[in-house]
Design a protein around this ligand. Structure first.
Ligand code: UD1
Ligand code: UDP
Length: 380
């Protein structure tokens, strides 16, 4: 039984790493790994950290790449790899252009596709863009659907996916997170180690395509006002490598006291910094899943989310990108202890650290190598 995993960006790598580790531990499975390198440096950081053995590297990233560029290069690059390896199943993850294109490329050769983190939906094809379409289209092409939550399973059933091909397994990001966050972690970067000791950290990330330009500018102006008006706080902002993000960040936030602009952080220091931050402001998908597990209030800089579970649990709030709204929500959390405590409750709607094992057990069941179906993830 040959399983090939294909991924290309930082979050896919983080969330596929536990699955690959699990696949490699099963002697009945031959495991192949193909990276598209839709991201280069940010992907390599994760591949190195988890020691992922890469068999194929399509190395497609270009500065300022368009959706056409990514799609075109992956579709043709994967063709040869799939013709050569002929895996029984290709595993893809999430909602990136790598995800959809790898699923399409596999479909063209009638190779089964397994979709990890299947079934998340906002219901609006343009938000997040193009991720909502990528994930939905991958769901159409996939044979096996590994849904992180019961809500995701329901979304797939509404789209007429077969019930016995959907497995509710939890999100593998929680497997990665639990293996990485440590109580006595010491940051290798002395600057971060010292901020964290003296001040409350506001951790920030932004990268969504629909937030590029003015929406991001609004958020950054809110950050400036926050550090000016709440004296014991500092912003740590690992800035995404997208040049369109970097330009606006530099225009609005460079050389401002209390605002630390750093390069994308390695996964280990990043998650440990999240564990010690006061609040998180982000438009990231993965961080919306990790922070609730660590009991950190998250203000989501978006108008929609495909991850409603932590919003319902009260640890995540959608605030969009309006300067006033972002500022007022963050200010209140940082100055009103009751408001803070109400959001700072650790909840685990997304996983229990066992998702990767369930996925690989399910694959063995799907291909007749195991009698029992895997256990189901039930959120507590
Ligand atoms: C991509 C995904 C998005 C995911 C995000 C995670 C698509 C369409 N978008 O968005 O779903 O949430 O990754 O971060 O699939 N760059 C580098 N080095 C890197 C990574 C990026 O220089 O290691 C720069 C390049 O100039 C690249 C640009 O960032 O062209 C944008 O990268 P791209 O993958 O196209 O889009 P993201 O916004 O990163
Ligand atoms: N992350 C990281 N270093 C950083 C910022 C984020 O390792 O400097 C991790 C984070 O913990 C999460 C993932 O990257 O697991 C999220 O990636 P991103 O926000 O780029 O993509 P998304 O989840 O929105 O697709």
């Amino acid at each position: 039984m040959k399983i090939m995993t294909v991924f290309g960006t930082r979050p896919e790598a983080i969330k596929m790493a536990p699955v690959i580790q699990e696949l490699l531990g099963r002697p009945e499975i031959e495991t192949k790994v193909c990276i598209t390198a839709q991201h280069r440096e940010m992907l390599d950081q994760v591949v190195d950290l988890f020691g992922i053995p890469v068999d194929y590297d399509l190395n497609i990233m270009e500065k300022g790449q368009t959706l056409y560029d990514i799609t075109e290069r992956i579709l043709t690059g994967l063709r040869e790899v799939l013709e050569r390896e002929k895996p029984d199943c290709v595993l893809v993850h999430g909602d990136t252009t790598t995800t959809f294109t790898a699923a399409l490329s596999s479909f063209y050769q009638q190779i089964d596709v397994g979709h990890v983190e299947a079934g998340l939906r906002t219901g609006n094809l343009y938000s997040p863009f193009p991720e909502e379409a990528n994930r939905t289209l991958t769901g159409v092409l996939a044979k096996w659907h590994f849904a992180p939550t019961e809500t995701a399973r329901h979304n797939l059933l509404k789209e007429n996916r077969r019930d016995d091909h959907i497995f509710v397994v939890g999100n593998t990001v929680i497997d990665a997170l639990l293996a990485t966050v440590k109580k006595d972690y010491i940051f290798a970067d002395p600057a971060i180690e010292s901020i964290e000791k003296h001040k409350r950290v506001i951790l920030v990330t932004t990268h969504r395509r629909e937030n590029l330009g003015e929406p991001m500018r609004h958020v950054y102006r809110a950050l400036r006002r926050l550090v000016e008006n709440v004296p014991d706080t500092e912003v740590v902002f690992p800035v995404h490598r997208n040049p369109l993000v970097r330009r606006v960040v530099n225009e609005e936030l460079e050389n401002r006291p209390g605002i630390h602009l750093v390069d994308p952080m390695e996964y280990e220091p990043f998650t440990n910094l999240m564990a010690r931050s006061a609040i998180v402001l982000t438009d990231s998908g993965g961080i919306q899943e990790e922070a609730p597990s660590l009991g950190k209030p998250v203000l989501v800089l978006r108008d929609t989310t495909e991850r409603p579970e932590a919003v319902a649990a009260g640890t995540v709030r959608l605030v969009g990108t309006d300067e006033k709204r972002v500022y007022e929500n963050a200010f209140r959390l940082l100055t009103d202890e009751t408001a803070y405590k109400a959001m700072a409750e650790a909840v685990n709607p997304y996983g229990d650290g066992q998702a990767a094992g369930r996925i690989v057990d399910a694959l063995l069941w799907c291909y007749g190598k195991k009698q029992e179906k895997p256990s189901v993830f039930i959120a507590k």
